[in-house]
Write a protein that binds this ligand. Structure first.
Ligand code: 2AM
Length: 175
């Protein structure tokens, strides 16, 4: 691979494997109704800030921004599951975004803007995409009680393979 090629990057929080497998297992049961493409358990995440294509030398600027973000841990309850008709995804997430997570996303956005990154103006919507290209449904299976202890966030590179997106964690930051 050309080391100078731009990288498709985003910041996210990544669940522990046990939580990811519980989410994947719920998604498997929802998939019986919705069809579509399931997110692989190892790819399940919640995006904090999407950077898009970043020239390789600018990765250091993204890291500098993240290092200035004050640490904020929280426990997030994943207690809502939804189908979004506009992009046909099934997602799970917190019914109410915990304040520390919203602050983490806001601080990160602000610091990335200081570094000259141009981010999506839309407000942060905490969601974990579990199925893409889903069929519309009003009846998703009930979610089990899921608590997510957020203690770090990660800078991730997105790549494509034959089965869809593949993600590589480039760096971890204390949240
Ligand atoms: P999604 O799950 O809602 O599609 C990697 O692609 C991550 O970045 C996914 O979580 C995806 O959100 C998010 N993402 C992709 N393109 C985006 C965009 N243009 N704006 C904001 N987030 C985006």
């Amino acid at each position: 691979m050309n080391g100078k090629a731009p990288l498709r990057l985003f910041f996210a929080v990544w669940p522990e494997p046990k939580l990811a497998h519980r989410l994947a297992s719920w998604a498997n049961s929802a998939h019986r109704t919705t069809g579509g493409r399931l997110t692989r358990a190892e790819s399940i995440h919640l995006t904090l800030a999407f950077l898009g294509e970043v020239p390789a030398p600018r990765v250091e600027n993204a890291i500098s921004a993240a290092l200035r973000v004050p640490a904020r841990t929280c426990i997030m309850q994943i207690d809502e599951a939804c189908f979004w008709p506009h992009n046909r995804i099934v997602w799970a997430g917190p019914r109410e975004t915990p304040a520390p997570l919203a602050e983490l996303a806001a601080d990160l956005k602000q610091q990335l803007e200081v570094e000259g990154f141009d981010l999506d103006a839309r407000s942060f919507q905490a969601h974990i995409t579990l199925i893409r290209k889903a069929r519309a449904t009003r009846q998703l299976p009930p979610l089990p009680a899921l608590d997510w202890r957020v203690h770090e966030f990660v800078l991730v590179r997105s790549m494509k393979d034959r089965e869809g997106a593949r993600y590589e964690v480039l760096r971890r930051f204390a949240a």
